[in-house]
Design a protein around this ligand. Sequence first.
Ligand code: ZN
Length: 280
Amino acid sequence: MDKDYFSHLSPEERGILKNKGTEAAFSGVYNDFFEVGIFVCRACENPLYESNTKFNSDCGWPSFDDEIIDSIKKYEDLSGGSVRAEICCAKCDGHLGHVFEGEQITTKNTRHCVNSLSIKFVSHSNLEIAAFGAGCFWSVEKIFKSVKGVYMVQVGYMGGDTLNPTYNDICRGDTNHAEVLQIAFNPEIISYSDLLKVFWQNHNPTTLNRQGPDMGTQYRSVIFYYSELQKRQAEQSKQEAQTNFTAPIVTQIVASSIFYRAEEYHQDYLEKNNLGNCSL
Ligand SMILES: [Zn+2]
């Protein structure tokens, strides 16, 4: 007899994983959740999804556009009056949800719609977080995503006063939030100091509240540090970078605050829209 992977689960978890139920939309703990780690099967702990494949589809359930290789099995599901592709854990066969193609939300054009109760989050404890503001976040996101050792880049807003800001709030220019990148990186592959070099090389840190045609405090050059060590390294790096500029560097170095993830259409913006670069 197969190992019983389901007996330790709560009735609610078993109702989904074993009996193929569905949790209520927007009820799950991982619906609006973008920490850095891995999602494993709640029944058997099989690794299923990396957090850098998670996105916000506004459907009410956690959404991923790719699975960890060989972790998922797919079945045709004729319940509900249409043909859907059911997804189950490849190790324990526990029900996860359904997968949909062709919705054009991310470039992979796939949405694994997964119950929060089917999965469990385990953080990547070997990664560090950095946050930078360097003008419009679209092009700098693409640059940092291509850096070896960078696991995940999200664009969003930080440093201002407005709670849960929207892009429209940011565009007004009076929230004091900056457009930022939050970067999860492996310090064994790329150091924070080397990330700072990428930061200095890819924007103009001498123009106050301005990058090219973009003007306003939301476009300011800023380093949000997550530790005293990051703060010291940022200050030293700023001094070293100054030798490459005739005008004084105006970049702020301030403590990090709440990161508000930007709307999904801003994530991977250039890639989604087939754009090479911003016209700076
Ligand atoms: Zn499983």
